[in-house]
Design a protein around this ligand. Sequence first.
Ligand SMILES: [Zn+2]
Length: 346
Amino acid sequence: MPALERGACSERGALQRLPELAWSVPVPNFTIMQTPSSLLRCWFFAAILTAPLLGQINTVQTVVPSVYFHEGDPRRGHSNNGWIVLADFVVVIDANYPSGAQIVMPKVKETSDKPVRLVFDTHHHADHAYGNKLWADAGALLVASSGMLEEMKLVDSGAFGGAPGRWEAVAEKRPDVAASKLKPPVMLFPKELVIDDGQTRIELRTFGWGHTRGDAFAWLPKEKILFTGDACVNGPHNNVADGNISEWIKVLELVKQLGAEKVCPGHGPMGGPEIIADQQSFFIELQRAVRPLWDQKKTSADVKAAANAIGEELKKNPRIARYVGGAIGSQVQKVWTEFGGEPFPK
Ligand SMILES: [Zn+2]
């Protein structure tokens, strides 16, 4: 997960590198340039490219009355959030980073005077779970799948009596994380947990190993609204480090069967069921593009060298072009290693 390079900016570069920061560092300025003229040019392109994508960021969107979506700011590594107002309390989807939680908490209060009683982490990644302590301190119970806690114990070993792990690494780069503490979920469900107050029903459901082994979704069957976490994103935000792309495709096939009409992804704007289908297509096409290299017995170095060209090829497909970004190298590598190939040389 390389940080943005100083001076690096292209028409696509600024945005495409952002997803890699999903659980790493904030990006205070991604248009650092050497000269005023190139700075202006870079801002110009960044402005054009970010205008449609950043339009809804940090604004509260009403999915249906009492169900809200909030698109996090990728420049700060923030995840999206959702919240659902029930008769007596509010359920929040994802804790975000601490700085993301601080942005969302007052907005939840603006939409309801009811207390946040449950915060559901869709998975263990920093940008979805490291803000847990803020919500817990405010009185919420933290809920997640059992698989999420298992994943958290693996990577955040420092908080569980082991060697320093991901939390400590992220805390070195993010003051908001450094100022907080890891707070694991306390209410766990192996496969499914239902919250139902007689009016609103929320099903927290698992479908297998996709983005992480602990992925869970929030499904509102009456309203046909689905909160996906990072198992489905809308844009170049696929971090595949803890994922399994072959299984992920199967998970998305199951998720499609829910029949969601409104899909609230883990990163990127809200949309309809096409987001799930397009996300799945991206991975299917990625596998299809890497397969011939495997059949031709190419080396890992060959495949690494071909990764950007694969990305360019995928961009020609309008359904999936938006998923291609700066993480294409790690995505190609993941597919390659799942086929049985060696990791790419450094
Ligand atoms: Zn994630």
